[in-house]
Unconditional design. Structure first.
Length: 374
């Protein structure tokens, strides 16, 4: 039996497990023990599917099964009071979907597509700024919320049109407090459904772990949507590419020494020559939990970096992956050194937010910048 904690992600349609339970206000501050063999809530705004579930206990009592709601992210006053323990039983009579490994098998991690789910239907938005035809993108930012799936697809499509990539270095926040080290790395594969498996670049991942002085931390990847949301799109447009995945604490305050250590470990893979085959992908969402006015203010700050990328410009970015933005800016925006190559430019392919896409949650907005550094 494997026992680990998780915290409900308040992001819009974040996956998985982010809104598996709804607990009435009178129960806040308690601990929910949820026993299930299969939970498949991957960013669709629906509650988790639960097969053969056992009782849900709460302080020795019981609570009712959660009611389905498309926007539990708005219940901030509830989510901020409680954490939950997910207990995954290794032996029960529960049936499983064929070809889906147990959640405890971290060698293959499921994605929304391998679970048979689909992108939510959202409002169409138009491209803000296309990537110049002669541009060679070196790095970029992309959302990890499936609510923005159509635009994740558009971002990967534009990248595939511009260049080939052998290895994606993906930096993502560790959302559920499962990381046991400063940087979590692991050798695993992601099941991208009809597009096959996305594999870790084993040699490079081992090198990064050694450079950062950490052992593999596989538990951090079991339910981490910062990677799993992206993998079907990556496999669709880059079927032979491999991945080096690093999960970390991306929220403020940023420890500069920690961010610099990550930058130093990544920089050798992004020299002028190695950048021809490697790409730095910052998996991040920007403004969180504000209304329209708050979101506009925070996004205006973030746009200062995209309008004029600089080594110190990461500070303007209001996002959930500040350490990743530090690494991006300090690898590619230095005035001198092997990675400089002149002043870098940035294209903002799409800029949108959860309220614009869904029409819901006007007081709890998450914003998205889809960008390329070239």
């Amino acid at each position: 039996m494997v026992i680990f904690p998780f915290f409900l992600d308040q992001g819009q349609y974040a996956n998985p497990l982010s809104r598996a339970l709804f607990v009435n206000k009178q129960h806040h501050g308690g601990c929910v023990i949820f026993v299930a063999k299969r939970i498949t809530e991957f960013s669709t705004g629906k509650l988790a599917e639960r097969n053969c579930k056992e009782a849900i206990s709460f302080r020795g009592g019981r609570i009712k099964t959660a009611k389905e709601t498309p926007h539990l992210a708005n219940k901030k006053n509830i989510f901020s009071f409680f954490a939950a323990l997910l207990i995954l039983a290794s032996t029960t009579s529960c049936s499983r979907q064929k070809n889906v490994p147990a959640v405890t098998d971290t060698s293959i991690i499921q994605t929304w597509l391998s679970q048979g789910l689909t992108e939510p239907s959202v409002k169409k938005i138009y491209m803000e700024e296309s990537l110049p035809q002669d541009a060679f993108p070196l790095a970029g930012t992309v959302s990890h919320h499936l609510l923005a799936g159509a635009y994740i697809d558009g971002w990967f499509k534009a990248l595939a049109k511009a260049r080939k990539v052998e290895t994606f270095f993906i930096i993502s926040p560790s959302h559920y407090g499962l990381s046991t080290q400063e940087w979590s790395l692991c050798e695993c594969s992601w099941n991208a459904g009809e597009y096959g498996l996305v594999h870790t670049d084993s040699k490079t991942e081992r090198e990064l772990a050694k450079s950062l002085g950490v052992a593999y931390d596989k538990n951090a990847f079991r339910i981490e949507h910062g990677f799993s949301t992206l993998m079907p799109y990556l496999a669709k447009y880059f079927p032979n590419a491999k991945v080096c995945a690093i999960a970390l604490n991306g929220e403020p305050p940023l420890r500069q020494s920690q961010a610099q250590a990550l930058t130093d470990a990544l920089a050798p893979y992004f020299t002028k020559e190695k950048s021809k085959k490697n790409f730095l992908l910052i998996s991040t969402d920007f403004s969180h939990h504000g209304n329209e006015e708050d979101t506009l203010k925070k996004d205006s700050s973030s746009r200062k970096f995209f309008n004029a990328p600089s080594a110190n410009g990461w500070f303007f970015c209001v996002c959930d992956n500040r350490q990743g933005m530090y690494a991006l800016s300090n690898i590619f925006c230095k005035e001198a050194g092997e990675n400089s190559g002149g002043q870098k430019k940035c294209s903002v392919l799409y800029h949108t937010n959860s309220f614009e896409l869904s029409g819901e949650g006007g007081d709890d907005i998450t914003s998205y910048f889809f960008t390329f550094m070239y």
